[in-house]
Design a protein. Structure first.
Length: 124
């Protein structure tokens, strides 16, 4: 049975790809980027990171560019960039759904009850 390619990323996976968008990084730099970017909210330890890096290399989302002793440097591939963009689009849709449903819960059960929708309610 053929293995399914990654379609949805975990939060740590997302930040690994994000860390490689603008430049190549080694594992320590990826962990530091994630910690700095998320203000410590996302913990990316060595075990998790190197499992993700191995999976991403297997999926050809990243590639190793240099090895200096134990230090390995990685860069994102076009395939990795495409998956990052798709995940970012998916997350934007999730946030929009959450905001819409949250407003409906606060202001009523129909779209007409949302603030700024008076012109659509037939009363304006």
């Amino acid at each position: 049975m053929a293995k399914e390619p990654l379609r949805v990323l975990t939060e740590p996976m997302f930040y690994v790809l994000l860390s490689l968008l603008r430049r190549e990084r080694c594992g320590t730099e990826i962990m530091q980027f994630t910690d700095d970017t998320t203000a410590g909210r996302v913990i990316l330890g060595p075990g998790t990171l190197y499992t993700i890096l191995a999976k991403f290399q297997e999926e050809r989302l990243i590639e190793e560019t240099a090895v200096e002793g134990r230090r390995r440097t990685y860069r994102i591939t076009e395939r990795g960039r495409a998956l990052y963009r798709a995940e970012l689009d998916r997350l934007r849709l999730c946030v929009a759904d959450g905001e819409r449903e949250g407003q409906l819960a606060l202001y009523g059960t129909t779209r007409d009850a949302l603030p700024g929708r008076e012109e659509d309610s037939g009363n304006g």
